[in-house]
Design a protein around this ligand. Structure first.
Ligand code: ATP
Ligand code: MG
Length: 310
C-alpha cells in the first residue's frame, strides 16, 4: 500500500524541482497505465517512481554504486545514456543565463571522482550515515556525472542509500518534500559548499530535511492506516456480503481502481469485480468516473490525504 503511494509523492516533488510539473491525482491515475495515455510530464514523473522501485530491487544484489547511478538515470530519462563523455555541461541561472557552476570534465576524471564517492559512502564508517548522506549528495551533484537528470538521480540515490544503510526498510521517505519547499536554499547551500566550504550549513539543511520529512511521512502513514481501518469497518458493517480484508486494502493500493485490479489481485472474477466496485460506489465509499469505455473507481478520502503540496 505504502510503496504504491509515497514514492509517487516523492516522484511528483522531485520532478517538479526540474520544472516537470504534474499532479499526484494524475500520477495515481496513470500509475499502471500501459497504454501510454498520460501527458509527458506525468510519464516522466512515473519513470522517477520506477527508478526508485528498480533501484530498491537492485539493492538486494549490490550496494549503492556508480553502476546503480547510471541505471537510475537511464530509467528516469528513459534513454540509454552513460557517464558524460563530452564537455560543455554547466549549471546556468535560467533567468540570467549566467553560469553558476561548471562541473569537472572528461569521462576518466568523472569515473575516478565517482569511485572516490563510492569509497566515501561505504568506507567512512566512523561518520554517521545521515551526515554521509549530506556529503554524498553534495559530492554527487558537484561531480554532475550526466548531461541531465543529475538532481533527480541524486535524490533517488539518497533514499536508496538510507535503505542500503538500514535506516529505511522501503523507499517511503518523502525527502523531496522539504527540498522543493526550500528549493532556493537547496541550490544556495550546494553552491556555498563549493565557494566557501560551507559544509556545516549544508549538512544541517539535509539533517533538517530528513527530520521534517520523517515526521511528516510517519504521520501520513498513521493517517492512511486509520483510514484503511475505518473503511474496512464500514464495508464489513454495511456490505458484509462483499467484505474481505483484501478488497478493503486493494482500494488503497489502487486509489484509481479498475476492474482488472480486482481480478489481478485474485479477489473475485471479472463480473463479480464489476458488481463489487459499483456497490462500493453506491455506498459512497468510492467515486465512479468514466475514462473512455472503462470505469475507474476513485478513493477520494485517500487522495485527499496525499496532496502534492501541503
Ligand atoms: N551549485 C551547485 N553545485 C552542484 N550541484 C548543484 C548546484 N546547484 C544545483 N545543483 C544540483 O543540480 C541539479 C540540477 O541538475 P540536472 O538538470 O542535471 O538535474 P535534473 O534532475 O535534470 O534537474 P533537477 O534536479 O532540477 O530536477 C539540482 O537539482 C541540484 O541537485
Ligand atoms: Mg535538468
Amino acid at each position: 500500500m505504502l510503496i504504491n503511494s509515497i514514492p509517487l509523492l516523492e516522484a511528483q516533488a522531485s520532478s517538479e524541482i526540474e520544472n516537470i510539473v504534474t499532479t499526484t491525482d494524475r500520477l495515481f491515475r496513470y500509475a499502471n497505465d500501459t497504454a501510454g495515455r498520460a501527458d509527458p510530464a506525468t510519464k516522466e514523473a512515473l519513470r522517477y517512481r520506477t527508478a526508485l522501485h528498480h533501484g530498491f530491487e537492485m539493492l538486494e544484489r549490490q550496494p549503492v554504486s556508480t553502476g546503480m547511478a547510471v541505471e537510475v538515470c537511464r530509467t528516469i530519462k528513459g534513454v540509454e545514456l552513460d557517464i558524460r563523455a563530452t564537455p560543455g555541461t554547466a549549471l546556468v541561472n535560467d533567468a540570467t543565463q549566467q553560469v553558476i557552476y561548471t562541473p569537472p570534465e572528461g569521462e576518466g576524471v568523472l569515473r575516478s571522482k565517482l569511485a572516490n564517492w563510492e569509497r566515501y559512502i561505504h568506507e567512512a564508517e566512523e561518520i554517521d550515515p545521515l551526515i554521509r548522506l549530506a556529503v554524498m549528495h553534495y559530492q554527487f551533484e558537484a561531480i554532475h556525472p550526466f548531461v541531465d537528470g543529475n538532481g533527480r538521480t541524486g535524490r533517488v540515490l539518497n533514499l536508496l542509500y538510507l535503505i542500503d544503510k538500514g535506516l529505511l526498510d522501503i523507499p517511503v521517505l518523502y525527502l523531496s518534500r522539504h527540498i522543493i519547499r526550500n528549493k532556493s536554499l537547496y541550490y544556495q547551500h550546494l553552491l556555498q559548499v563549493t565557494t566557501r566550504q560551507a559544509w556545516e550549513t549544508w549538512i544541517l539543511f539535509i539533517l533538517e530535511a530528513v527530520r521534517t520529512t520523517a515526521e511528516w511521512t510517519t504521520a501520513k502513514i498513521h493517517a492512511i492506516r486509520e483510514l484503511v481501518e475505518e473503511t474496512a469497518g464500514a464495508i464489513r458493517q454495511r456490505m458484509p456480503k462483499i467484505y474481505s480484508r483484501e478488497l478493503a486494502e486493494l482500494i488503497f493500493v489502487h486509489p484509481y481502481c479498475r476492474i482488472s485490479d480486482v481480478v489481478n489481485a485474485d479477489i473475485v472474477k471479472r463480473q463479480t469485480a464489476a458488481v463489487y466496485l459499483k456497490a462500493l460506489a453506491a455506498e459512497g465509499l468510492l467515486q465512479e468516473i468514466k475514462a473512455g469505455r472503462e470505469n475507474i473507481y476513485i478513493n477520494p478520502p485517500l487522495l485527499a490525504l496525499l496532496p502534492e503540496r501541503e
